[in-house]
Design a protein around this ligand. Structure first.
Ligand code: ZN
Length: 571
């Protein structure tokens, strides 16, 4: 009897609530911030476009029309920003980045975009003029591809502007450096010094002397004399990287191979609320650093989801430019087929342990032999470790970084094994100037094969590999959709059919990058309940002519509901 009475009174109450609800619009809590009058691309297929976004407690609470967003505005608490038609996309993520490298490039001498030898020397001279005698001058980012003549700088060029300071300037790809005579003398390198294994001390043929260019492992002969960065310098580099990355529109970068010293510093800076960007860290392996991650386990979503450490980064070959990429057949322009940097027994036991312990693995593989080898090793690990031995039975989402040159027979193996290709569009538009001569026309069929991979049933995580490349979202987006260099050039046989659509390119740097980090439920699209990560742009990159994509700027970056970069200014 009592039970029945209670039931009746509850029903009466809910009826009353329902009735009042039909008279009054239900109240919503005011948002912390409302963006309106925006051209929103959500990357969410269920609701692709919108005008307004409301954010509360760092998450998106509303996506829709300006009119419907009104109810989230409140004079008291809502910060309403009129975006005046600016384009908003989900917070862009770079799936392959070297965060501290970007910072050190800023801190030392950033030589990106030098257009000629004279320009390069002028930039270096300005730095030398400010240096104390004997102080090292280090820098990175030059590339001679567009200089006339297209030739490496030499020690003698540098000696003219830096007679008293040792100079070490890394080429953009990190596989070569030019040094001056002071640096060579400190390293005791002369015409009789033999090139080390895996590297070359280049010589001037006429003079019979080292010309200052050091390739691959020869760089260490000089770089080991450069005093290593202090903790304070390391910290400064991380802060510079944060500033540069967020101001370009990156809301997360996935760091491809770091040590625990960097993790410690990053944690300190997050604790002090000095780092704004989200970092997804891969620890270098195989070796002691990777073993520590396997022992201690992944650390996921620290500092309000800003920091995750759950991946091991392995590198199993070199790069195409310096002929270190491991190919199945010889280079078309060289009597060698590159080299693998690890043996199976050094890597596979670590892979199997990672699989048991739910640690993700990502492996640098450029050449077709390197890609086939790592697919084989992944497959061996998957077969050797049955589900019953795994802590997590979901797909492990292992990745191959670069996946540049693939034998067509290996392409379907990515989907079959659940391996994610993590690729850098800017590599393709830089490499198009030398890849055809390195590889010959036939092998270009499986090179940078974005569309074929997507059609095979995988997602591609998009990245820049900065500071190997410049690390700018608009360059990457352009490269993915144009598949031409920044001047609009693309050589014969460069397979334009492998370019991607703008929708696909957007996904590479949003949802698909978040999938590669197990975060597709948290970010990657603009929809309610996701983290409020937004990249706001000066132009509509989904519509404007291709060449204008390169002129597009990030005007605002929002991470977890916080405006971390604002070039619009409050109105
Ligand atoms: Zn890299």
């Amino acid at each position: 009897m009592k039970t029945l009475a209670l039931f009746v009174s509850v029903s009466v109450l809910s009826c009353a609530a329902l009735l009042s609800g039909t008279i009054q619009t239900p109240q919503v809590e005011p948002a912390d911030i409302v963006f309106k009058n925006a051209n929103v691309y959500t990357a969410n297929d269920a609701q692709p476009k919108a005008e307004a976004i409301a954010i509360k407690y760092g998450r998106i609470v509303f996506v829709g029309s300006n009119a419907d967003a009104k109810k989230y505005e409140s004079k008291k608490s809502a910060n309403v920003r009129d975006l005046k038609g600016a384009t908003v996309v989900p917070g862009m993520a770079d799936a392959h980045y070297h965060f501290s490298g970007v910072g050190f490039r800023e801190m030392n001498l950033n030589l990106e975009g030098t257009v000629s030898l004279d320009d390069f020397l002028a930039k270096v001279k300005a730095r030398v003029d400010k240096a104390k005698p004997g102080e090292w001058i280090t820098g990175r980012g030059w590339i001679e591809t567009f200089w006339k003549p297209q030739a490496f700088p030499t020690r003698w060029d540098l000696d003219k502007i830096a007679p008293a300071n040792p100079v070490f300037l890394t080429r953009a790809d990190g596989h070569g450096a030019v040094v001056n005579s002071v640096a060579l003398q400190l390293a005791k390198i002369d015409k009789n010094t033999e090139s080390p294994f895996g590297g070359e001390i280049m010589q001037d043929k006429q003079r019979g002397e080292p010309n200052g260019m050091l390739l691959d492992r020869a760089q260490a002969l000089v770089s080991r004399n450069i005093p290593s960065a202090t903790k304070a310098e390391f910290e400064q580099a991380l802060l510079l990287a944060d500033k540069r990355s967020t101001s370009l529109g990156w809301t997360q970068v996935q760091d491809a191979g770091v040590g625990w010293d960097q993790i410690e510093l990053v944690k300190k800076l997050y604790g002090e609320q000095k780092l704004k960007i989200r970092l997804y860290e891969a620890i270098r392996g195989p070796g002691a650093d990777a073993q520590r991650l396997l022992r201690e386990g992944a650390q996921i979503g620290l500092y309000d989801g800003k920091l995750t450490i759950r991946t091991i980064k392995v590198s199993i070959d070199g790069a195409l430019g310096s002929k270190g990429a491991a190919l199945l057949d010889n280079y078309a322009d060289h009597d060698t087929n590159g080299f693998l940097t690890f043996k199976e027994e050094q890597v596979v036991p670590m892979l199997e342990e990672a699989l048991k312990k739910t640690i993700q693995v990502e492996t640098h593989a450029i050449g077709d032999r390197a890609n086939r080898t790592i697919l084989d090793w992944y497959e061996t690990a998957f077969n050797d470790v049955p589900m019953i031995l795994r802590m997590d039975r979901n797909p492990p989402r292992w990745r191959i970084e670069h996946a540049q040159i693939l034998s067509p027979t290996d392409i379907p193996r990515f989907a079959k094994l659940g391996v994610i290709p993590s690729m850098q569009p800017s590599h393709a538009i830089g490499d198009l100037h030398f890849a055809p001569s390195r590889l010959g026309m036939k092998r270009l069929e499986g090179a940078y094969a974005w569309q074929t991979l997507i059609k095979s049933g995988v997602v591609i995580a998009g990245g820049s590999d900065a500071p190997v490349e410049r690390g700018e979202p608009m360059i990457e987006f352009y490269a993915a959709v144009a598949r031409k260099d920044q001047k609009g050039f693309s050589g014969e046989g460069w397979h334009p059919e492998e370019k991607v659509t703008r929708e696909q390119a957007l996904k590479m740097f949003t949802t698909w990058a978040s999938y590669a980090a197990f975060e597709e439920k948290q970010r990657g699209t603009i929809e309610p309940n996701k983290w409020a990560d937004l990249t706001i742009l000066s132009a509509d990159i989904m519509q404007i002519p291709e060449a204008e994509i390169l002129k597009t700027k990030c005007v605002m970056t929002v991470i977890g509901g916080e405006i971390v970069f604002d070039a619009i200014g409050k109105k």
